[in-house]
Design a binder for this molecule. Structure first.
Ligand code: C2E
Ligand code: CA
Ligand code: CA
Length: 285
């Protein structure tokens, strides 16, 4: 079976066993359900706040895709996004996320709430799509959103595939006024000098470093090194996966003020995010 032998490494022969058949069946079933779900409105976008940990003001939000299938229930993006990438469905799904994220942010601004950025995750398959810029421009035009309030998040693995083309696409996004964030910073293999060639504005410190903060000295050293590295590159830093107050205190003491995580807010439906944002503004005054 193709999937299994790829995962098992090169030059490996594997005999068919029934569990592989059921894995494959599961993928086909998921692909079918995804197509149906896309047509029937089973996908939703949730929004998680990004906070200034000093003042507790809302700085922005990250759009996170959700899928509720009538038969399979709620399915995690880490499960369905790889299948969407393999089948190319990610192109349509990704465009849906841009449209929803930009439309929601635009509606908040129309209601008179302070202007914030919305971050959208982009997979490597989308990055290599020749129509990517056109799709983003269409979504901007359709929603009337200002590209200066759009952020695009990519991981280091996205940079490794098709570098020249990727660089050109990132530069084009920057020309449009879009902010670029490197997601899961610290987990990839690229060197700092390599990263320097790409026009990122923001580094999102991976959750694993924040979790390691709870584990005593080595974890703390690792996190402060990652923060120092980010700062030396002259970039804005956002800590991801902040769950505990001690983690927030450590980050603040090390000069990282921007944070995202369950401590500040879970990913929320648009209605809940709007209420959360309004409440934050009221309690600030
Ligand atoms: P990510 O981009 O690194 O997103 C952050 C993930 O961490 C989200 O999981 C979020 O719910 C979770 N998270 C946030 N704060 C905390 C915290 O304090 N503690 C813990 N333990 N987790 C926290 P989610 O929504 O399940 O998404 C998982 C991954 O799926 C994302 O990781 C991203 O790689 C991918 N994904 C989600 N939505 C999209 C999308 O629209 N497009 C693409 N291409 N990928 C997406
Ligand atoms: Ca992300
Ligand atoms: Ca991340």
């Amino acid at each position: 079976m193709l999937f299994r032998s790829k995962e098992g490494g090169r030059n490996r022969f594997e005999f068919f066993d029934p569990s592989m058949g059921s894995q494959l069946h599961e993928r086909f079933r998921m692909e079918e359900s995804m197509r149906r779900g896309l047509a029937k409105g089973a996908f939703h976008v949730h929004f998680q706040p990004q906070i200034d940990a000093r003042t507790h003001t809302v700085l922005g939000m990250e759009a996170l895709l959700r899928w509720d299938d009538p038969e399979m229930g709620s399915i995690a993006p880490t499960r369905f996004i790889p299948v969407a990438e393999e089948t190319g469905l990610i192109l349509e799904l990704g465009e849906f996320v841009f449209r929803e994220a930009l439309g929601f942010n635009q509606s908040l601004q129309t209601e008179g709430l302070p202007q914030i950025r919305v971050a959208v995750n982009l997979s490597s398959v989308q990055m290599l799509d020749p129509r990517l810029i056109e799709r983003i421009e269409n979504c901007l035009a359709l929603t009337g959103a200002d590209p200066h309030f759009l952020e695009v998040e990519v991981t280091e693995s996205v940079l490794l595939e098709g570098s020249d083309k990727t660089l050109a696409t990132l530069l084009r996004m920057k020309e449009l006024g879009i902010t670029l964030a490197l997601d899961d910073f610290g987990t990839g293999y690229s060197s700092l000098s390599y990263l320097h060639h790409f026009p990122f504005d923001i580094l999102k410190i991976d959750q694993s470093f924040i979790q390691a903060l709870s584990s005593a000295v080595p974890g703390r050293n690792l996190a402060s090194t990652i923060i120092a590295m980010g700062k030396s590159l002259g970039m804005e830093l956002v800590a991801e996966g902040v769950e505990h107050l001690e983690q927030a205190h450590f980050l603040l003491a090390n000069g990282c003020n921007k944070a995202q995580g369950f401590l500040y807010g879970y990913p929320m439906s648009p209605e809940d995010f709007r209420a959360f944002f309004r409440l934050k503004l009221e309690t600030d005054q």
